[in-house]
Design a protein around this ligand. Sequence first.
Ligand SMILES: [Zn+2]
Ligand SMILES: [Zn+2]
Length: 78
Amino acid sequence: MLELRPGCECCNTDLPADSGEALICSFECTFCAPCAEKMDMRCPNCGGELVRRPRRAAEKWVNNPASITRVFKPQGCA
Ligand SMILES: [Zn+2]
Ligand SMILES: [Zn+2]
């Protein structure tokens, strides 16, 4: 199951579980759309491709809540 991290690693923009603007790599490094585009749709951590994160249907959140662990790199992404 996806963690659905709550923010972009580069700029800390909020990316709620129902956001259509979130992109993830296979390790679930999570970025907003503008940052992902700047990075050429490649994850700066693992070099993998970034794809749009699917949204989780609201009725599933009760038993499968999104992660509240924010991963943020204050130095930003290259
Ligand atoms: Zn961002
Ligand atoms: Zn990655």
